[in-house]
Write a protein that binds this ligand. Structure first.
Ligand SMILES: Nc1ncnc2c1ncn2[C@@H]1O[C@H](COP(=O)(O)OP(=O)(O)OP(=O)(O)O)[C@@H](O)[C@H]1O
Length: 236
């Protein structure tokens, strides 16, 4: 069963349909890419999935259960975690404390310190663990943001442009991390503009344009899809 199913979701801002009957699915053990030009509706879809925005129609299911009317906290307790396009770290807190605040919100509160140690280890953050977050280069800060989501050991992880600001070596390590999360059984959904990263780590890619899914399939198919190329290049 898919970990996440989105069915016929529509969101309108005034007269503008940010999402128009969108359906996607994401499964455990797989990295699912969500791409599309600026303004396509990717972040709005994450808001709908995480419960920050109620769609005017359509449904969101987590592990087969309809959560469309559930708020963000209840969805988080059901195993959903996300990152934001704009970094949401506490600038004056150390990396470790940023992770701890997140871990303590998770279901395994009593084991928060251990969860933090695991995240520091897994993301290679030991060298910066005691530094304040606002002293970090953007690429490392992005990794801490991902670490905050991982600290609750999510079953479904939504990542909104996690590689923005990472250099080539950081992105390569990040790709390996995404694959290892999928191997451990996490359902990962990746919104990302770095096409090299998307095409190398995703098992499946959904393409949004002007609020509609215009293509879905494995990276090798999406890469050569004429509709997708036209959406990005702005010509048929
Ligand atoms: N709070 C809002 N009020 C009005 N319109 C909005 C709001 N948020 C987003 N929109 C509009 O909804 C559409 C989808 O925006 P969204 O941010 O979801 O796209 P995106 O694919 O995440 O874009 P980007 O790649 O630039 O982050 C755009 O036309 C945007 O202008």
């Amino acid at each position: 069963m898919a970990s996440l199913e989105v069915e016929g979701v529509t969101v309108a801002y005034g007269g503008n349909r940010a999402l128009d009957g969108v359906g996607i699915a994401a499964e455990r053990g797989r990295v699912t890419g969500l791409i599309g030009p600026n303004g396509a509706g990717k972040s709005t879809l994450f808001d709908v999935v995480s419960g920050l925005r109620r769609p005017s129609s359509g449904r969101v299911l987590l592990d087969g259960r309809d959560v469309t009317r559930m708020g963000p906290a209840r969805r988080a307790r059901r195993g959903l975690a996300r990152t934001f396009q704009r970094l949401e770290l506490f600038g004056r807190l150390s990396v470790r404390d940023n992770l701890l605040v997140a871990a303590e919100l998770g279901p395994e509160r009593r084991r928060a310190a251990r969860a933090v140690d695991e995240v520091v280890d897994r993301l290679g953050l030991a060298g910066v663990a005691d530094q304040p977050a606002d002293a970090l280069p953007t690429g490392v800060a992005r990794l801490v943001e991902v670490g905050r989501a991982l600290a609750v050991r999510p079953a479904l992880l939504l990542l909104d442009e996690p590689a923005a600001g990472q250099d080539a070596a950081e992105t390569e390590r990040f790709a390996a991390l995404l694959r290892s999360l999928a191997r451990d059984g996490t359902a990962v959904v990746l919104v990302e503009h770095d096409m090299g990263l998307v095409m190398s780590v995703c098992d499946e890619v959904h393409v949004l344009d002007l609020g509609k899914v215009i293509a879905a399939g494995p990276p090798e198919v999406i890469r050569n899809d004429e509709t997708v190329l036209a959406a990005y290049l702005g010509e048929p």
